[in-house]
Design a protein around this ligand. Structure first.
Ligand code: FE2
Length: 379
């Protein structure tokens, strides 16, 4: 039996933050209490002790794999470097989100995706990773090859989350076609007429593939017991579609009405922590902070900045009356864990995994000092 005690900490429990201690035995939380512990432990000097964060949708792995356009880095080295950044952000469980289906308006890894998941599996098997890595497939519904590519990924990997995306100009995130042209035109530098041509092509792919592919992917997820997320829901019709398809998470709803309907029907509303930290959506959609004010923000994801997840939780508590730190931390710990069926983590409570983060507050900025997974120090 290996035991350790943390004392003199602000311990974030499910519904309150206490000044006290936590005891860990054999990788699990054994006990916690206020004041001094029965046995002396590691003195945290008044820092916070919070549950390890659970990240559902990180876009950051690709930045390590392709650090410059057309430059592919050593895959295991990229995964290990990415993992270190994830752990240093206080994240102990991460769903690496990888794009499946070739999408004409975004750089995709193509067949390299298989080498990348191979590298993740390899690094995990060799004990090189600090965090617990799981796989999230982001399926671009209208891509001609999305269903085949998903089947191939399922055959070779354990997949635990699938999100259904539709980035057709005129739909969802790009309800306003001009917004798509600005976004993609800026990224690609293409002329107006070339963009017009692409809009036509994308609309044709939507008409040919969207409904059929969505039905096939929902069936695949159900058959393999994989949690499903919708993406960029905009209208009540989208939310009704989610309910019909057994979707449990609404990633980045773009309107207040879609977020409210999802939340009311028990679909976890997930917003980007960068949106919360920056005070708005970079693409002009509904602000995470406005949803939080109305009690509609259930989950956060670090999206493209790993360290935003912990910052987002502390900012949420600081900015929103009625959301205390315990409640804010639930959006990045137990709520995402439960939404994906992980009932063994996300809370400092007896029996839960001892995934713990020591956080020092420097002014308003939370700084990660130490990270433990299953009671073992990983950072
Ligand atoms: Fe999107």
């Amino acid at each position: 039996m290996t035991a350790m005690v943390f004392e003199n900490a602000k311990v974030a429990l499910e519904h309150e933050v206490i000044d006290g201690w936590v005891a860990v035995v054999d990788g699990k939380i054994a006990e916690h209490g206020t004041g001094r512990p029965p046995e002396r432990g590691v003195d945290l000097n008044g820092d916070y002790l919070v549950p390890g964060l659970v990240e559902l949708h990180t876009d950051h792995l690709e930045a390590h794999v392709v650090p410059r356009p057309k430059v592919m880095w050593h895959l295991v080295a990229a995964v290990v470097a990415f993992d270190a950044q994830i752990a240093a952000s206080g994240i102990t469980t991460v769903f690496d989100s990888l794009r499946v289906g070739s999408d004409i308006d975004s750089r995709s890894l193509g067949p390299q995706i298989h080498n990348l998941t191979g590298a993740i599996n390899d690094a995990r098997a060799r004990g090189l990773l600090r965090a617990d890595h799981r796989l999230h497939l982001r399926c671009e519904l209208c891509a001609p090859d999305v269903v085949d590519a998903t089947r191939q990924m399922l055959a070779a990997n354990r997949v635990e989350l699938i999100s259904l995306m539709d980035h057709t100009p005129g739909a969802r995130q790009f309800r306003d076609i001009e917004k798509w042209k600005t976004y993609y035109g800026g990224k690609s530098g293409l002329s107006d007429s070339a963009l017009e041509g692409m809009v036509g092509e994308r609309l044709a792919l939507h008409a040919a593939n969207h409904d059929r592919h969505r039905a096939e992917l929902v069936e695949l997820a159900k058959a393999n017991k994989i949690a499903l997320a919708s993406h960029d829901d905009t209208t009540l019709d989208h939310v009704e579609g989610s309910m019909a398809d057994g979707i449990s998470i609404a990633e980045f709803p773009t309107t207040f009405e879609a977020a409210a309907a999802s939340h009311q029907h028990g679909i976890g509303v997930l917003m980007g922590a960068p949106n919360l930290v920056r005070g708005g959506s970079h693409s002009g959609n509904v602000a995470a902070e406005d949803l939080a004010h109305e009690g509609l923000l259930d989950l956060m994801s670090s999206d493209y900045v790993p360290s935003s997840l912990l910052m987002g939780a502390f900012e949420l508590a600081r900015r929103i009356d009625g959301i205390d730190l315990a409640a804010a931390l639930r959006t990045v710990t137990v709520n995402p864990a439960r939404a994906t069926g992980l009932d063994d983590r996300g809370l400092i409570a007896p029996g839960f995994k001892a995934d713990l983060v020591r956080v020092h507050l420097a002014g308003d900025l939370p700084v990660v000092r130490e990270v433990y997974r299953d009671g073992q120090r990983i950072l």
